[in-house]
Structures are given as structure tokens and as C-alpha cells.
Design a protein. Structure first.
Length: 302
């Protein structure tokens, strides 16, 4: 479990974190979201002991990262995939890390296979594409088979195949009971990967909830299509629902569950062709929630 409690961090006059608290639990993928400059990387760096908070605590399994004796066995992290020694091969890069934590060399070979770099393991990483560097970073994070993973924007630079690969990998790691914290500024990516979402803006918590709950919270009625639309609309209004006619045909019904709409239609012998609960997309929800905390945004000039 990862616990961030009342974290505060300033850089000069910039308040990067402003009393941030949240908990990340095992067995699921937690998406850590926020616009650029929200404080995600600062939080990750503090969790890994690379930066000190002005106040507050950040612990992993109840301890600060720097108190770990064999850290690769406890926490796997990928903060910046490009921070690599350009002249070294992927194989050597993983080998020294493995040795530093007494991890058998066969694990290195195994992981190079798993992340799809076995064929280029002897090449110098300076010539790698960003996607290949991300894969290498993931391999390094997994070296010690850690129960906790912290990954900062790991899908950046990956092609669609790579994105799908990482999504499946993270889901399976969480399925094994690991704690997976994954940051991104893209909600669309998180909607497909995460179970839980922590959104921050300007160093503060905006939302900490499940993807399902977030979707539910921004429900936008139920789309109903029926050949008996006019009669059904009257019945729905009588039953207390709000009904709007859709320009392209169909009704948007608010205030009644899909099951209640179906039963009302059945009671009056009205056929239904479609009953679809509608939500704002997670992307729209995210934009609405973070609108006021965007550091730099494009706009029309006056
Ligand atoms: P995110 O990862 O969400 O994009 P960061 O944690 O990188 O956000 O940054 C949060 C805020 O702190 C931003 O305003 C950023 O400019 C500032 N910041 C981050 N690191 C430093 C630093 N080393 N020196 C000065 N300001 C920093």
C-alpha cells in the first residue's frame, strides 16, 4: 500500500504540492492524473526519496523508500525512461542493477524476452527509440519482482501495439495482487487501464474514486429509442422522469433507471429498440474537474 499524507512542497514561489493526501491499494491499477504541472512527478519523486517534502509523509508498505535494504524487491519504479547511460547495452544496464540487489542473471534474460528487447539486448541504448527505452525501463522496474510499481507516464512514446502491451501487463500485475500506481495526463489511456483514479490539480487532491463511480457520477440520462416514442414520452413524464427529444430521433430520459423504463414500456405494450445509459466520457469528466487547475492553457487572444 502507498500512503501519501498531507504532502507539501514548494520550489521557490511555486507551490508544487499543497497538503496532498491519498492512498493506493493493492490488487488494482491506480491512475494518477492531473494536468501538466499538477504535481504528479513531484509526488512520485518524494515517494522514491529523490526529493524531500516540506511537510507530510509518503510511505510504501508503511516505510519510506530510502529505508529499504533491497529496494528493487520492494518497489519497481520508472520515472524517466530516457535517463539511461547511452553507451551501455540493455543487457549490461539490467545486469548491474540485478547484481546490486542480488537478483540472478537469468532474471535479466527472462525480462528482456518479456519486454520484447531480447533481439536488441546487445545494442547500445543510445540508439534505442523512446518506445524501446520505455520497455527497458519497465524491465528494470520488474527486476526484483516487486509488490509495488510506480510508473510515471510509461506509455509516452509507445506505438499502439506497445500501449496495448503495457496495458495488459499492468492489468495482469495488479491481478497478481500488486500495487500499481501509474501517472498520466491522458484520461483516455487511464479509462482503459485503471480501476481507481486519483486526480490532482495544483498540488491538491481533486478526486479519489473508482472509474465506475466516476462514470456513474457523470451519468447523462438514458437514451431510449422506440417506435412508440410519443406515447412512451407521455408515460415517462407521468412517472416523474424528465424527457428530452433528441434531434436525430430518440429520447433522453433522466430520473428513471433503465429497468424502470423497460418495465413501463412492457406494461403498455410499447416496443423498445434501444435503452442505453449515457455518461459523459471520462475525458470530458476529467477536463471539467481539472479546468480550474490548468497551469498553461491555450485560449483565444483578446
Ligand atoms: P506534473 O508531473 O504533474 O506535470 P510536476 O510535479 O512536474 O507536475 O510539477 C509541479 C510544479 O512544480 C510545476 O509548477 C513545476 O513547474 C514545479 N516544479 C517541479 N519540479 C521543480 C523543480 N525542480 N524546480 C522548480 N520547480 C519545479
Amino acid at each position: 500500500m502507498i500512503e501519501v499524507t498531507e504532502l507539501t512542497k514548494r520550489y521557490g514561489r511555486t507551490v508544487a504540492l499543497d497538503g496532498l493526501s491519498f492512498t493506493v491499494r493493492p490488487g488494482r491499477v491506480t491512475g494518477f492524473l492531473g494536468p501538466n504541472g499538477a504535481g504528479k512527478s513531484t509526488t512520485m519523486r518524494i515517494l522514491l526519496g529523490l526529493d524531500r517534502p516540506d511537510s507530510g509523509t509518503a510511505t510504501i508498505e508503511g516505510r519510506r523508500y530510502c529505508e529499504s535494504h533491497r529496494p528493487l524487491h520492494q518497489v519497481g519504479a520508472l520515472l524517466d525512461a530516457t535517463a539511461l547511460p547511452a553507451g551501455r547495452s540493455a543487457l549490461d544496464h539490467l545486469r548491474w542493477q540485478a547484481r546490486s540487489n542480488r537478483i540472478p542473471q537469468r532474471r535479466v534474460v527472462e525480462l528482456l524476452e518479456e519486454v520484447g528487447l531480447a533481439g536488441v539486448a546487445h545494442q547500445r541504448v543510445g540508439g534505442y527509440s523512446l518506445g524501446m527505452k520505455q520497455r527497458l525501463g519497465i524491465a528494470a522496474a520488474l527486476l526484483g519482482d516487486p509488490p509495488v510499481l510506480l510508473l510515471d507516464e510509461p506509455v509516452n512514446g509507445l506505438d499502439p501495439d506497445g500501449v496495448r502491451w503495457i496495458r495488459q501487463l499492468l492489468r495482469s500485475l495488479a491481478g497478481q495482487g500488486r500495487t500499481v500506481l501509474l501517472s498520466s495526463h491522458l484520461m483516455s489511456e487511464m479509462a482503459l487501464t485503471a480501476d481507481q483514479i486519483v486526480i490532482i490539480g495544483r498540488g491538491r487532491l481533486i478526486v479519489d474514486t473508482s472509474v465506475a463511480e466516476l462514470t456513474e457520477r457523470f451519468r447523462r440520462g438514458v437514451l431510449v429509442r422506440s417506435p412508440g416514442e410519443t406515447e412512451l414520452a407521455g408515460l415517462l413524464i407521468k412517472a416523474g422522469a424528465e424527457v428530452e427529444l433528441e434531434p436525430g430521433g430518440g429520447l433522453t430520459v433522466s430520473g428513471l433507471e433503465p429497468s424502470a423504463i423497460g418495465e413501463l414500456a412492457a406494461l403498455h405494450g410499447i416496443a423498445l429498440h434501444e435503452v442505453t445509459p449515457r455518461s459523459a466520457s471520462l475525458e470530458e469528466t476529467y477536463l471539467a474537474l481539472t479546468a480550474s487547475s490548468i497551469e498553461y492553457s491555450g485560449g483565444t487572444s483578446q
